[in-house]
Design a binder for this molecule. Structure first.
Ligand code: FES
Ligand code: FE
Length: 453
């Protein structure tokens, strides 16, 4: 590699993407700079840090970051690396800390707005008066913090880039669908929470395989045929596939986001039992469905199965709702995280049933996720060779058949089975990799203000 330009590697219009972008170390380093240091990234959910001083260790690209709620209740995101000699401040996955004290030489940092002007400021230095003769300027040596952070309906997003556009502009009209996953579009009275902890595991594949799959690969259903036959759907009956649900590949070409779902102007069908095995759970979902039908009316008519927000966050909508994030580790390894979302005020039995369903469906031991992991690992491994990495993957399904969706500015649709969404994802990836300015990156997008109009 190294001889070909990004535009030679990603020929999205022709449906060709070089295998080398899934295995090459130089490309990987460039991704960390051009994609992960600039884009808005999903770092967690507010329910992971419910109380002041709670922290949760997350990742942004390959960087370890601390997601914490300060004493004033604000969410802060900072690099999990001491300003002195770089030691990780938090070595546990989560906890509660008033100050973050480094285990190496004992510097400590605070987010308490009463003590510090800036979150992550250095507040304690052993030997400051003696060894440092009082000369170390503590204000200069705080933790690196993200440039922007947003709590959007409980989901926390951050970017290192001060010039990045507001998150809602970055999201564009994909918001319609993300909202369905985050709070059903009605704020989930009482809010949503992540249950059962965060599942984390490593997969020996390039990180892009996963968001590409979630952005609209209905074609891979054959991978899950055994699961369909066994029938592990929430109702236990007909398997994971609902034949009545015709879906489309919907995407936002200017932004790189996309999903499999139905367009909002489709009629929402009557509530179809999903948890028939659990009458209490079934009754709960039916009741909230009917209630939402009354209060949301046509605004409710958003259905999705899976979607991806560029670059590395994906979600399932409706019930069950899940959030996933795919962290790059190296060109050929990723760390996959999954969080399961339920209404905070749902009865315990509903949360339990949802948790059981999540565990058998998704996650490292889940019956469908293990199918996907096998495919992505195999594809990565079989693209590492001197011969194989020179070849291109084929993304030609449905080239030239995308149609605009007049009802949703910035949106297009391309039938049920298509690779349109993968093409727009890699086109977006190439724009970031080519180092386009934010003005260029956002030129064709539909801004939040226009959406409101
Ligand atoms: Fe943290 Fe020295 S590395 S105090
Ligand atoms: Fe799958």
């Amino acid at each position: 590699m190294g001889h070909k330009t990004i535009d030679e590697l990603v020929r999205a219009d022709e449906g060709l993407v070089s295998r080398s972008i899934f295995v090459d170390d130089e490309i990987f380093q460039q991704e960390l700079r051009q994609v992960f240091s600039r884009a808005w990234l999903f770092v967690g959910h507010e329910s992971l840090v419910p109380k002041p001083d709670d922290y949760f260790v997350s990742r942004m690209g390959t960087e370890s970051v601390i997601l914490t709620r300060d004493r004033q209740g604000q969410i802060q995101v900072m690099l999990n690396s001491c300003a002195h000699r770089g030691m990780k401040l938090c070595r546990y996955d989560h906890g509660n800390n008033r100050t973050f004290t480094c285990p190496y030489h004992g510097w400590s940092f605070s987010t308490d707005g009463k003590l510090v002007e800036k979150p992550g400021e250095l507040v304690g230095v052993p030997g400051h008066a003696t060894h440092y003769k009082g000369e170390l300027d503590k204000k200069q040596w705080g933790l690196k913090t993200v440039a922007q952070v947003v709590n959007y309906k409980g989901a926390i997003w951050a970017t290192w880039d001060p010039d990045a556009p507001p998150f809602l502009d970055y999201l564009g009209n994909m918001r319609l669908y993300l909202d369905a996953a985050l709070d059903h579009r009605d704020g989930s009275p009482g809010g949503s929470e992540v249950i059962g902890g965060v599942q984390k595991w490593r997969v020996k594949c390039n990180w892009k395989f996963a968001p590409e799959n979630f952005i609209g690969d209905l074609y891979h259903d054959i991978s899950h045929r055994s699961v369909d036959i066994v029938g592990i759907g929430p109702g236990g009956g007909k398997g994971r596939r609902d034949p009545s649900a015709t879906r489309s590949a919907i995407c936002f070409p200017e932004l790189g986001h996309g999903l499999l779902g139905r367009l909002p102007f489709y009629e929402e069908g009557p509530y179809a039992p999903q948890y028939a095995r659990y009458p209490e759970v079934e009754a709960y979902f039916r009741q909230i469905h009917e209630q939402r039908e009354r209060t949301l009316g046509s605004a409710m008519r958003v259905q999705l199965s899976v979607g991806t927000i560029f670059p590395n966050m994906s979600f399932h909508g409706r019930q069950p709702r899940t959030l996933a994030v795919f962290h790059p580790i190296s060109a050929t390894e990723m760390e996959m995280w999954r969080m399961y979302l339920v209404d905070k005020d749902a009865p315990e039995a509903v949360k339990e049933a949802a948790r059981h369903y999540f565990l058998r469906y998704s996650g490292p031991g889940g019956m469908t996720e293990s199918d996907d992991m096998e495919n992505w690992t195999g594809a990565t491994e079989a693209s590492m060779g001197a011969i194989s990495r020179e070849l291109y993957f084929n993304y030609q399904m449905g080239v030239g058949h995308a149609q605009p969706v007049p009802e949703i500015p910035g949106c297009s649709v391309n039938g049920e089975y298509t690779e349109e969404n993968a093409r727009i994802y890699y086109r977006r990836w190439a724009q970031f990799m080519n180092g386009l300015s934010w003005d260029q990156l956002m030129a064709g997008s539909v801004r939040a203000e226009e959406k409101a109009a």
